[in-house]
Ligand binder design. Structure first.
Ligand code: FAD
Ligand code: NAG
Ligand code: NAG
Ligand code: NAG
Ligand code: NAG
Ligand code: NAG
Length: 511
């Protein structure tokens, strides 16, 4: 039995729901098992195969134990699965790489988890000029396949992260400024709708669905294939870019923030360079917090002027930058991301200005000190990572040029560049999680209120970084929301993905 936040917080509530729906448990899993094509693909609680899948979740907090899991291997399987789930009114969750962190982000307790882990192929079709990627792939596998061909796609930066979630929720890549969100580079979707039909969505066929799927998460259908536009890498050898990490000591915080603000406002001058700045705190780390600056140039230019601000701070403690393949760099970024912890992700955004970031740094130092006391008492461990990165006008302009999406950033185009804020708290202990969560939420609300007071506030929350308590889709603005609601009414008239899907973010409904 896995320890999860619901058994800690509300055991009696969870029990009441389980009792009320007890009859559905055998019914739903039996319905799947009775389908010949799905034989061997339904993993029941208690089996080794089921336990092995539970172990593949990035965050223990998300690894809820469903009645059973079903792992389709073909698009036809997915069609049979959704028909059976809808016909029997079975609650379900949707999981691809399993990297979202909060409970009910990808799995469910009272229901069935549809797990795309066995649909994980990447194929480069040079005649069509498209890279076909199945949702259960990891970005590392995608880059490993593409690198020898001298191409890549706008996908995740950390190799271990999954494809289905990142692309369905947007996707920030090394190519954000030059190519928009990762989802803007999807030329065609193969998607299974709630009635089991297999449809294609692209600029010609179902263009409204194509646009609405870019940022819709699992609200409209189950995506079984993403056909992405390739990006040619013209570096000195096949598939290379330039990049790596700069490490700075605890005293450099404000300088790093200054350099990020300057970088962000100059992105339009060099759309091939990208950065994210993280402040990482591990209690056992000598000196406490370190600044980790991840920098890349996709033309494979070494130390382009865009990074002068960072190099101007003084010699970093370490500098791993080099010309290397996408594969090697995304593998390096995976190394600092261990699985098996209880992870909390909470996000915010504001205009590009140093003040909210400095304010947050100060609050996070205090938060770390508090958590240090708590974990010492409980003999537990924790780390925090506070990350800031640009969300610029350049990104939004590329999105619009490529057909638009429902990410909800168009409305900020007149208002300058922005910063995407993410706080990650990780621990090995459920009690620390329970105590830290409300403090972390209060911290982020405090930072938001501070930004708001200075006239720098933005309501927008990036779905792929949002905590379950942050109603991400409610923050995309009226226009994007209208498109999502229209697509939902047209492509999911029985509202299966709103009613029966119990994982992930939902479309807020009209009053
Ligand atoms: C270490 C780490 C690094 C990260 N780096 C980046 C980064 O560089 N850029 C970035 O943008 N984000 C990044 N993220 C956030 C990441 O985008 C999300 O965690 C994303 O959900 C991961 O995708 P997944 O397939 O692993 O998700 P899962 O947890 O498997 O799924 C999340 C949700 O996606 C939806 N979904 C999944 N598969 C499908 C499908 N086939 N059809 C429809 N909907 C589906 C469902 O709603 C599901 O609940 C990172 C996260 C981590 C933990
Ligand atoms: C990829 O899918 C195949 C089945 O199609 C499966 O055997 C394999 O284990 C999967 N790979 C990973 C890393 O899950
Ligand atoms: C570099 O940026 C330019 C301008 O945005 C873009 O056209 C080009 O595709 C980019 N190159 C790569 C390799 O990303
Ligand atoms: C610097 O990075 C390299 C490459 O990752 C690593 O081998 C080395 O130990 C690091 N040095 C320090 C001082 O952290
Ligand atoms: C957590 O801390 C305890 C006590 O300091 C230690 O024994 C344990 O190995 C640590 N666990 C992890 C996962 O780091
Ligand atoms: C939590 C849950 O899944 N509840 C469901 C139990 O079954 C009834 C009857 O089918 C549903 O209406 C509930 O939504």
């Amino acid at each position: 039995m896995l320890f999860n936040i619901f058994t800690v917080l509300g055991g009696s509530v969870a029990f009441a729901i389980a009792t009320a729906n007890q009859t559905r448990l055998p019914l739903c899993c039996d319905a799947l098992e009775s389908i010949a094509e799905l034989r061997g693909k339904v993993y029941l609680s208690g089996s080794d195969a089921y336990a092995d899948r539970i172990d593949t979740y990035f965050s223990k907090s998300a690894a809820l134990e469903p009645w059973c899991m079903v792992l389709p291997s073909t698009t036809e399987d997915v069609s049979l699965i959704i028909k059976a789930l809808v016909a029997n009114e079975c609650p379900f969750g949707v999981r691809s790489g399993g990297h979202s962190s909060h409970p009910l982000s990808n799995s469910v307790e009272k229901g069935i988890t549809v797990d795309f882990g066995h649909m994980n192929a990447t194929t480069w079709n040079s005649e069509k000029g498209l890279v076909s990627i199945q949702p259960g792939s990891r970005w590392q596998d995608v880059y490993d396949v593409l690198t020898p061909h001298g191409i890549t796609v706008a996908g995740g930066r950390v190799g271990s992260v999954g494809v289905g979630g990142l692309l369905s929720g947007g996707g920030i890549s090394f190519f954000a400024a030059s190519h928009g969100w990762a989802c803007d580079n999807i030329a065609n979707y193969e998607v299974v709708l709630a009635d089991g039909s297999i449809v294609y969505a692209n600029a010609q066929d179902n263009p409204d669905l194509w646009q609405a799927l870019k940022g819709a998460s699992a609200n409209l259908g189950l995506v079984t294939r993403f056909d992405m536009l390739p990006i040619e890498l013209l570096g000195p050898s096949e598939g290379t870019i330039w990049g790596g990490n700069l490490i700075f000591g605890p005293a450099s915080g404000n300088d790093l923030i200054g350099a990020l603000v300057q970088f962000t406002d100059n992105v339009h001058k060099d759309e091939n360079s990208s950065v994210s700045v993280s402040f990482s705190y591990q209690p056992k780390l000598a000196g406490g917090m370190v600044g980790l600056v991840s920098i890349e140039n996709t033309l494979a230019l070494s130390k382009p002027p865009a990074f002068d601000g960072f190099y101007g701070i003084g010699a970093p403690l370490n500098d791993t930058t080099r010309v290397d393949t996408m594969s090697a760099l995304s593998r390096e970024l995976s190394e600092g991301q261990p699985t098996g912890f209880r992870n909390m992700f909470i996000t915010a955004s504001f205009k590009n200005d140093p003040r909210p970031m400095k304010y947050a740094l100060d609050k996070i130092n205090k938060f770390n000190a508090e958590l240090e006391e708590i974990t010492q008492t409980l003999n537990a461990n924790f780390t925090t990572v506070y990350t800031v990165q640009p969300v610029t006008k350049s990104i939004v302009e590329k999105s619009i040029a490529k057909g638009g999406n429902v990410m909800g950033l168009d409305r900020y185009l007149g208002d300058g560049n922005g910063i995407l804020f993410l706080l990650i708290v990780s621990t090995d202990d459920a009690e620390v999680e329970r105590l830290a969560m409300p403090k972390a939420q209060a911290l982020v609300r405090d930072v938001e209120a501070y930004a708001e007071k200075l006239g720098l506030g933005r309501e927008w929350k990036y779905l792929n970084y949002a905590h379950g308590s942050q109603d991400a889709i409610a923050t995309v603005g009226e226009e994007a929301l209208g498109k999502l609601q229209a697509a939902s009414a047209k492509y999911d008239p029985s509202r299966a993905f709103q009613r029966l899907r119990t994982s992930g973010f939902k479309i807020p409904q009209d009053e």
